[in-house]
Design a protein around this ligand. Structure first.
Ligand code: APR
Length: 237
């Protein structure tokens, strides 16, 4: 399987599930416990910034308690060992891909460990809790710093770079995503329209976009992803 020149990998919450990070839409998922319109929209933040900051502070703190799993590790190993180009586009806002060693990584929905100031637009790395009366280190504005998370109704990041990567790939892997949130849910059809890439979906079960993939690998990502990486690196006969 070393015949591919450019591999694009889309990941979703399922890749981090076995690290203990809750997915969004599985049973017991985050959106069963919190309403999107209360914590994950610009309107929610305007209405109740404290509630929104508390939600993201809790999730940011939780990252200290989890570790990358075998699927994250395998993708980092693929990037390091594969002769062609490998890029990971993640919808996840955790930092498990980078902690596993993936460098060529696009966080299209933002990152827990980053915040930005709506007054001066400066972004900065962030580890602890963020308060509603935080003073921006760059412009000194008070209470204008928010989590660097793409909320519902906001534009995902790096779309031009992503479109280029999708247009140039000849293998597209989608791992642990329900295929319900656009634009990511539309990546497989964008790739298929160009007609030159093989597409494989990795999920526990069929997702909303399963029918659009050439191939499916069902099972936990910690098993299916390392198996695929072995194949791509020619480690299996
Ligand atoms: N291995 C493989 N797949 C898994 C595993 C696992 N161990 N555990 C769960 N999954 C699959 C589920 O079957 C489901 O299809 O991962 C998917 C997770 O789907 P969602 O919870 O909807 O997460 P995701 O697709 O990443 O959500 C997209 O929605 O709320 C927004 O911004 C948020 O980035 C997120 C976006």
């Amino acid at each position: 399987m070393t015949k591919y020149r450019s591999i694009v990998i889309l990941t979703g919450a399922g890749v981090s599930a076995e690290s203990g990070v809750a997915t969004f839409r599985d049973s017991g998922g985050l959106w069963e416990q919190h309403k999107i319109e209360d914590v994950a929209t610009p309107e929610a933040y305007k209405r109740n910034p404290q509630l929104v900051q508390d939600f993201y502070n809790m999730r940011r703190r939780f990252l200290d308690t989890v570790e990358p799993n075998a699927a994250h590790d395998a993708l980092a190993k693929l990037e390091k060992g594969y002769a062609g180009r490998v890029v990971v586009i993640t919808q996840n806002v955790d930092d498990l891909h980078e902690r596993a060693g993936t460098h060529n990584l696009i966080h299209m929905h933002g990152q827990h460990r980053q915040v930005f100031c709506t007054a001066c637009d400066k972004t900065t790395g962030w580890q602890g809790d963020l308060s509603v009366d935080h003073i921006c280190a760059f412009c000194r504005a008070i209470g204008t710093t928010r989590p660097d998370i793409v909320w519902f109704g906001e534009m995902p990041y790096y779309m031009e770079m992503i479109d280029d990567a999708l247009a140039g790939c000849d293998l597209f892997l989608s791992i642990g995503t329900s295929g319900t949130v656009y634009p990511a849910a539309g990546f497989v059809s964008a790739v298929r329209r160009l007609g030159k890439a093989h597409t494989i979906e990795f999920n526990l079960d069929a997702s909303d976009c399963s029918a659009q993939f050439h191939e499916h690998r069902h099972g936990p990502a910690t098993q299916t992803v390392p198996d695929c990486v072995h194949q791509l690196l020619g480690e299996h006969p």
